[in-house]
Design a protein. Structure first.
Length: 214
């Protein structure tokens, strides 16, 4: 799992708060300071392949000053930064021979071409995009609103769209067109991840805070 606060990849354990496994080479200390806002993890063949971060920084919160174009994609095995100039990237994924990521600060679903070092925009969406899942030839993307006076306030996304949504959208990969849209009009303004559950017709959301332990 990604441990954003400690700028590392960690394993879950019953014995410790965290069990660090890997950290970017430019992070020199394991401290609870969110030094680079490590946030997204791509798995290939069952192993961590790429991670996204909002900056190549080693001081708590320093990434915030470069959020417009300081985002990066790192190779976990080599520790190298393989792409730069993202605007707050998130959710790197591998699907059908191609690498994908969300350029969250611009509301973009993108294809990453590592051979050319390019980021090709598939579509732009009216929300802070976070959470990406593929179901065959469709991408499922989570959209969030941006809270006023929040540290994300003032992003290029807000100049691009007059109004932002909290929603889950489906995008056809061959055309980049929106083919499905489920919007939260009340009670929810931010999404952090999305998953696709095949064959479910009446999916329910359980509030764990209200569940009683038997």
């Amino acid at each position: 799992m990604v441990n954003t606060r400690f700028s590392c990849l960690s394993k879950l354990t019953d014995q410790y708060n965290l069990l660090p496994q890997w950290h970017p080479p430019f992070v020199t200390k394991l401290v609870s300071e969110d030094c680079c806002h490590l946030n997204g993890l791509a798995i290939l063949d069952g192993k961590p392949k790429y991670v996204t971060a909002h900056g190549e920084t080693d001081v708590g919160g320093a990434w915030k000053s470069g959020r417009a174009n300081g985002g990066i994609l790192l190779d976990v095995k080599t520790g190298q930064t393989v792409m730069r100039n993202f605007c707050m990237p998130h959710s790197p994924r591998y699907h059908e021979g191609r690498w994908w990521a969300l350029n969250s600060g611009r509301g973009e679903l993108c294809v990453i071409d590592l051979s050319r070092g390019s980021l090709d925009v598939v579509c732009a969406l009216p929300g802070y995009v976070r959470g990406l899942f593929f179901a065959s030839d469709v991408a499922i993307v989570g959209l969030s609103k941006i809270r006023t006076s929040h540290l994300f306030d003032g992003l290029p996304l807000q100049q691009r769209f007059a109004q932002l949504s909290c929603a889950v959208v489906a995008i056809a990969l061959d055309s980049g067109r929106e083919v499905g849209h489920f919007e939260f009009t009340d009670g929810c303004e931010e999404l952090y991840d999305v998953q696709f559950i095949s064959g479910s017709q009446r999916t329910a959301i359980a509030n764990l805070a209200r569940c009683e332990t038997p």
